[in-house]
Design a protein around this ligand. Structure first.
Ligand code: G4F
Length: 322
């Protein structure tokens, strides 16, 4: 049985990837960060057949011990300080976790499991406000990040490419555009909007407070994107790929759509709070995933409308069960 090690296994992507890899016949191992609320420690993976270890990417000793114990065939590095807004409050921690820790991981893997393939969770946030003339971002688009998070991910992206070339390793980047699901953290905009509007519908809360409504995002479903991760790692050549839907919508359109779907008037229930604005906003993302379509034969099964439906239904079900 092949062994996969997932950092960030209890995250949205880590949990979907675990399910997917188990179905593909992998033995799945994962690193769990200690959480002060014990119930939240492994909340997304608690019923899955995975082996977990307490660890922390910035704690190189824990990483060393886990790599030596598991000796993985493939490592999916999904752990990160993943909230762009919060990276402005925690810039040093963001860089330690998202960049320096990746270098530690690469150095340790080189010594302990030199044959292991590595997948790095790279991000469309790396492009910042660069857009090609045709309105897309792709591998050749200049990286011009506009947040500590974006900067930290550019470093990790380059480290993967450097180690791949310098040491002839099977290390790859998936540049994933925004991807959501019912398992998304509720401080990311899609899940915040959907949870709040469903709760307004149920008379549990009265208002939804948001920040910048003008930014545009290319939103896909996390389940589709973990499928792409596996394809990237199993392609015959180590390479980097953009994973996106190729469609973009403004936050405002997404919010209006969810309000309309639940037949609630927007004006009465939506307000803007400056505290959710970022020092510099990434205004527009639309990914060109034609390389993944052509080479990996990957394409997303969901679009923004099917994704929103899945997320609304899941939230309605969750509220019914509590
Ligand atoms: O949902 P978001 O927080 O996602 P963001 O910043 O695009 O980052 C996500 O996608 C990246 C890929 O491009 C990942 F790398 C990253 O880890 C993360 O998964 O915000 C989306 C947009 C932003 O423009 C934000 O300013 O929504 C805007 N927004 C407006 N009001 C808000 C809010 N975002 C959040 N989180 N909360 C608000 O109240």
């Amino acid at each position: 049985m092949k062994k996969a090690l997932i950092t960030g296994i209890n995250g949205q992507d880590g949990s979907y990837l675990s399910e997917y890899l188990i179905k593909q016949g992998y033995q799945v191992h994962g690193i769990l960060r200690r959480h002060s609320v014990a119930e939240n420690q492994d909340v997304r993976i608690k019923d899955m057949d995975v082996k977990t270890y307490y660890g922390e990417l910035t704690d190189e000793i824990s990483l060393f011990k886990i790599l030596r114990k598991v000796k993985p065939d493939v490592i999916y590095n999904l752990a990160a300080m993943s909230h762009v807004g919060i990276s402005n409050e925690l810039p040093i921690f963001t860089v330690k976790t998202n960049s320096l820790a990746v270098m530690q991981l690469l150095e340790l893997a080189k010594e302990i499991c030199p044959e292991a393939k590595i997948y790095q969770a790279s991000s469309s946030e790396m492009f910042g406000n660069s857009i090609d003339k045709d309105g897309f971002q792709r591998l050749s688009t200049t990286m011009n990040p506009v947040s500590p998070y974006g900067c930290s991910k550019v470093m990790a992206y380059n480290l993967i490419r450097y180690y791949r070339n310098a040491y002839n390793k099977f290390y790859c980047n998936g540049i994933l555009f925004n991807h959501e699901s019912p398992r998304r953290g509720s401080n990311f905009v899609t899940n915040k909007v959907i949870k709040s509007i469903v709760m307004i519908k149920k008379n549990i809360i009265k208002k939804l407070e948001l920040g910048n409504l003008d930014s545009m995002r290319d939103w896909g479903h996390s389940k589709d994107y973990v499928r792409a991760m596996h394809l990237i790692v199993n392609h015959k050549k180590a390479d980097d790929f953009v994973i996106a839907t190729g469609e973009t919508r403004s936050v405002k359109d997404m919010v209006n759509y969810v309000f309309a779907k639940l037949s609630i008037p927007v004006k009465k229930h939506l307000s803007i709070n400056k505290k959710y604005f970022r020092p510099e906003e990434l205004k527009y993302l639309k990914g060109d995933c034609s390389k993944a379509k052509k080479i990996l034969k990957w394409k997303p099964k969901n679009n923004i409308k099917s994704l929103i439906k899945i997320m609304i239904d899941a939230e309605l079900k969750r509220l019914k069960n509590i």
